[in-house]
Design a protein around this ligand. Structure first.
Ligand SMILES: Cc1cc2nc3c(=O)[nH]c(=O)nc-3n(C[C@H](O)[C@H](O)[C@H](O)COP(=O)(O)O)c2cc1C
Length: 594
């Protein structure tokens, strides 16, 4: 699976393998991507990984009124407004609750399944979460590596780390910083979706990144993906290379690691002069120190998730190898101690500071409530619309504002250390004051002309009525696009009966040629983060959303005029008025009733 070097030939081979995987796993009107063609229910993978023999430290189950209480949802988007929580057992518990915990159990007849803060394609949850942290009262008196166990809401201690080693590893980072990492069990998705599953695992990793950044924001913490770290190191650091610990169990593949830090801790340690308002955040870990940490005492053996061996899908093994990041960089990024120090120079375009009320004067709900109530809509009513103002606000929140340096970008884009490479093509059905039709949101402002040239020549590119000047949204063609939206989304009505649906179109060829085959996964992560923002925005607007991984790739491209592989639609999404299924019962998580 692993690569150790990236010679020129290997890079070309990797690129070719990634292009081949992408092409082969497209859904066509006449042929779906290869899968078993039936569901082997008896072999369904367990969505909950445990490490048997690893000590489990339960995190406290907190009611919504307990400390730390949630900030207002809209305050997540106002830099500097959310107070910084002290790093403690309680704040860590909230952090994991908002990022990866169970939010409800659903029941239909005798069947029960869990829903989580982070969504997942087919609710199969391939993403596993890890924590790498120093001593915390109530957790442990020495640093360690933990696996997050969502069913128990607890931390399984996988490895002991020396105090000195951990201190050395984290020395270049802000005070009290810790690391959060993700891995994927590809088999969990491949069980149902076959060859296309690798894509879904990457979407889900992106959702987890988004959910985690938002969870950190709710505690007044900052986060940055360590984009320069190579996969070999992460594999080792998380103990995923320890064959003995996975004997007879399905393997996990490293996705990414992020540094999280309470910005208030930096503030307390800074003297207040201008130069202290910047902290340098490396986008890498010191390999020697990290490797030293990985050779410590380990606990636990991974549980087996399926009755039988995973069904092999060679093309997934190939794309895993091809998109493995074997190179590592050593970039540092300047981050402000206080985002609000800078926000006055870069006002947010549509939701300025202090805007605590919606246009209709309804009080804004708490972030915790929105996170807990997030669900995917199973059906839409085809009637409920959204105001143009709210629609513009939602779209503004997926704008990374790429004219700013990364750390000064709005949350969650301040955690994503690459230039936005994904644009939205929209099917607008029911946005009050806007004509229905095809639209485009240009997320990287310098790319308007490239996009325009790549799309149908007859498109109008008109600025919609009352669109804020800072939002690069364009009406391409008026018309009723409900049928075509559903048709290209594998015939799913949820794409046509909503207020709007959309495709996330990546600058595919240029990004892969510029960065390498490993960037393939990052393109999907970016779409997952966009999706996570929109899921919560839909709830905040009194609506509901659903991610759509099942769509006919090339027919989508044809609707908008994209030829070749310069641009590729990677993920779809829909937002509207939900229709509840009365056969489903909802039960609270962890015995709580918020
Ligand atoms: C990447 C991704 C792709 C998805 N694709 C579809 C889809 O094509 N059709 C659909 O009805 N739901 C889709 N969903 C919704 C999931 O089925 C849903 O997230 C999952 O059942 C968990 O439910 P929850 O979102 O309410 O927590 C998708 C979700 C994600 C994250």
């Amino acid at each position: 699976m692993k690569k150790s070097e990236t010679g020129q030939t290997e890079t070309m081979d990797s690129l070719a393998a990634v292009f081949r995987y992408h092409e082969e796993t497209k859904h066509h009107f006449y042929r779906f991507a290869r899968a078993l063609g039936y569901l082997d229910w008896a072999n369904q993978p367990d969505p909950f990984r445990r490490y048997h023999g690893a000590p489990l430290i339960p995190l406290p189950i907190l009611a919504s009124g307990e400390e730390p209480v949630s900030p207002l949802y809209d305050d997540l988007y106002c830099p500097g407004v959310v107070p910084t929580q002290v790093l403690s057992l309680h704040s860590l518990s909230r952090f994991f609750e908002y990022a990866l915990a169970i939010t409800a159990w659903k029941q239909a007849g005798d069947v029960r399944w869990a829903l989580r803060s982070n969504p997942s394609s087919g609710n199969l949850h391939p993403t596993e979460g890890y924590l790498l942290i120093g001593a915390i009262t109530g957790v442990a008196s020495t640093p360690g590596l933990y696996h997050y166990a969502p069913k128990e809401h607890g931390l399984e201690r996988r490895a002991d780390w020396s105090k000195d080693g951990f201190a050395q590893l984290m020395k270049p980072f802000p005070p009290q910083a810790f690391l959060v990492a993700f891995s994927s069990v590809h088999w969990r998705e491949a069980w149902k979706y076959g060859e296309r599953a690798f894509r879904y695992c990457q979407h889900d990793a992106g959702h987890a990144i988004g959910a985690t950044r938002i969870a950190a924001a709710a505690l007044g913490w900052r986060m940055m993906l360590l984009g320069d770290i190579g996969d070999d190191l992460l594999h080792e650091l998380l103990g995923l290379d320890r064959a003995g610990d996975f004997e007879g169990a399905e393997r996990e593949h490293p996705d990414c690691v992020a540094v999280v830090w309470p910005s208030g801790a930096v503030r307390r340690e800074a003297s207040g002069v201008r130069s202290d308002k910047i902290v340098k955040v490396p986008l890498f870990l010191d390999e020697n120190v990290a490797q030293g940490l990985a050779s410590v005492r380990w606990y636990g053996k991974a549980n087996r998730l399926s009755r039988d061996e995973p069904v092999p899908w060679d093309i997934i093994d190939e794309v895993v190898t091809a998109s493995w990041k074997s190179s590592a960089g050593r970039r540092c990024i300047d981050s402000p101690v206080e985002p609000s120090d800078f926000s006055t120079h870069h006002p947010s375009p549509i939701t300025p500071h202090g805007d605590r009320h919606r246009a209709d004067a309804e009080p804004v709900p708490s972030a915790g409530r929105i996170i807990r109530q997030r669900r995917s809509a199973l059906a839409f009513d085809g009637k409920t619309g959204i105001s143009a103002q709210r629609f513009f606000t939602m779209l503004s929140r997926v704008m990374a504002q790429d004219e700013r340096p990364v750390p000064l970008r709005p949350m969650p884009w301040d955690a994503i250390p690459w230039e936005p490479a994904v644009h939205l093509v929209l099917f607008v059905h029911l946005v009050e004051g806007l004509p229905p039709g095809l639209y485009v949101l240009v997320r990287n402002q310098g790319k308007k002309e490239v996009l325009r040239r790549a799309m149908h020549g007859q498109f109008a590119w008109v600025i919609p009525p009352d669109c804020p000047p800072t939002l690069p949204l364009f009406l391409l063609q008026e018309g009723d696009v409900r049928r075509v939206a559903a048709q290209v989304s594998c015939g799913q009505d949820i794409a046509g009966e909503s207020a709007f649906s959309l495709g996330m179109v990546a600058e595919f060829e240029a990004s892969l040629h510029q960065h390498g085959a490993w960037f393939y996964r990052r393109l999907f992560w970016e779409t997952g983060v966009i999706g996570q923002v929109l899921y919560l925005e839909a709830e905040a607007a009194g609506l509901r959303a659903t991610g759509i991984g099942c769509f006919f790739d090339d027919p989508v491209h044809q609707v908008f005029g994209f030829a070749g592989t310069a641009f590729q639609s990677l993920y779809h999404f829909t937002v509207g008025g939900p229709v509840e299924d009365p056969r489903l019962t909802t039960l609270p998580p962890y015995g709580l009733d918020h």
